[in-house]
Ligand binder design. Structure first.
Ligand SMILES: Cc1ncc(COP(=O)(O)O)c(C=O)c1O
Length: 405
């Protein structure tokens, strides 16, 4: 079975997938940021052009229409993850969403001596906000180890959590290894000791079906640009009663009920957490990206990427002198090392071949320490990836081997 037949051909939907001289570009850096389909570009252009106006304030028809479109975008994105619209807060991205939770929820509900459980494979965005909270409040951070394959070790997590743990914050899919978290089990073990659960869904949202209600977590965060939408926008989902219990973190327009110099009262969520003029155009583009994904089907995308990942892992391993990291079953992402060649050199030679990979620590330095390497080469797939991308990657690696003797 060829993986490319799992879904309709979509490469032509993505104008970015050609090089400057019109050749196919083998873009294997979707985990960093996804290319954009024309439908998202068109929706964004319309929102920035003929439809453009502010939201929530204007008394004229264009602004009222834009307000409806902005709130429809929220509804659309919330529905995509199985949530009611009032539980979806627009943020600048996953990073800002985690910082929001650390400030507004952590700063209110956590105190010195409370504990937070993270894991070795977390992105820096799911480490540093908690360290900053630790420095402010005296909470303690524990780190769950990984299994030998590179999955978050939930047996270990089960042994580690205690009633002092108030939060378990884990990646749904590792941005380096593609490891997938059993969210329901993580939720069960955290809730068993009364801890809340934050799931960093940045890498899961474009490649796995996500239903936050069925998962039972407390917070879910993601970025639009990873799911074929614009940069500069993302989302925090949290259950209503949790959002209600959180004070605002940014002050300004649009997040208030009534302001006097003596006292200000705040709007209910989600507006409470969206101070200032929002990312209007980006929200429209975000919803268009969700529409695009749904037009193909997230299950189909998931199967497509899993198949490509399995194929890439197998073919990479067949080349001598390659170490492939991470679990066999991984979602759309594979990290590897070529003996005797720094990933940056590999990335540079691959670039000459029209193949774009990521080389570096991937904002996951503790995971690099665990792997015992300063950096990895990473290939990551999207809806538009196919076997030609894997073939180009392998050709480029062979050439690199020849260059390095
Ligand atoms: C797992 C994970 N978490 C968080 C982030 C941060 O996302 P953003 O930079 O869009 O805020 C990323 C981005 O690479 C990621 O892969």
């Amino acid at each position: 079975m060829t993986t490319a037949t799992l879904i309709r051909p979509v490469r032509d939907d993505f104008p970015g997938l050609v090089t400057a001289d019109g050749q196919p570009w083998h873009y294997l850096d979707t985990a960093a940021t996804a290319q954009k389909p024309q439908a998202v570009i068109d929706a964004t252009l319309r929102a920035m052009g003929a439809d453009y106006a502010t939201v929530h304030r204007g008394v004229y028809a264009r602004s009222a229409d834009m307000t409806l479109a902005y709130e429809a975008a929220r509804r659309r994105i919330a529905a995509f993850i199985g949530a009611p619209e009032q539980e979806l807060v627009f943020t600048r991205g996953a990073t800002e969403a985690i910082n929001l939770v650390a400030h507004a929820w952590g700063g209110t509900h956590l105190k010195a001596g409370d504990r937070i459980l993270l894991s070795v494979l977390e992105h820096h965005a799911n480490i540093i906000p908690w360290q900053m909270l630790r420095d402010r409040t005296g909470v303690e951070i524990d780190v769950c180890p990984l299994t030998a394959q590179g999955l978050i070790d939930l047996d270990a997590a089960e042994r580690m959590v205690t009633p002092a743990h108030k939060l378990v914050s884990l990646a749904h899919v590792s941005n380096v290894l593609g490891s997938m978290l059993d969210v329901r089990r993580a939720v069960a073990l955290a809730h068993g000791v009364g801890a809340k659960v934050l799931v960093d869904g940045c890498q899961a949202i474009p490649r796995l079906p996500v239903d936050v209600t069925a998962m039972g977590a407390d917070f879910y965060v993601f970025s639009a640009h990873k799911i074929y939408g614009p940069t500069g926008i993302g989302a925090l989902w949290a259950r209503s009663e949790i959002l209600e219990s959180m004070p605002p973190w940014h002050g300004g327009g649009a997040m208030i009920d009534r302001v006097t110099f003596e006292r200000t009262t705040y709007a209910p969520p989600p507006a409470r957490f969206e101070a200032g003029t929002p990312a209007i155009v980006e929200a429209i583009g975000f919803a268009a990206a969700v529409d695009y994904v749904e037009s193909i089907g997230i299950e189909a995308i998931s199967a497509h990427e899993m198949a490509l990942t399995a194929q890439a892992r197998e073919e990479l391993r067949r080349l001598n002198s390659i170490t492939v990291f991470g679990p066999e079953e991984s979602a759309g992402i594979v990290s590897f090392a070529l003996d005797g060649v720094h990933p940056h050199d590999l990335g540079t030679i691959l670039d000459e071949e029209g193949v774009a990979i990521r080389a570096g620590h991937h904002c996951a330095q503790p995971l690099m320490d665990w792997l015992g390497v300063p950096a990895t080469a990473r290939a990551s797939f999207g809806v538009y990836s196919d076997e030609s991308d894997i073939a180009a990657l392998l050709r480029g690696i062979e050439r690199t081997k020849r260059i390095f003797g």
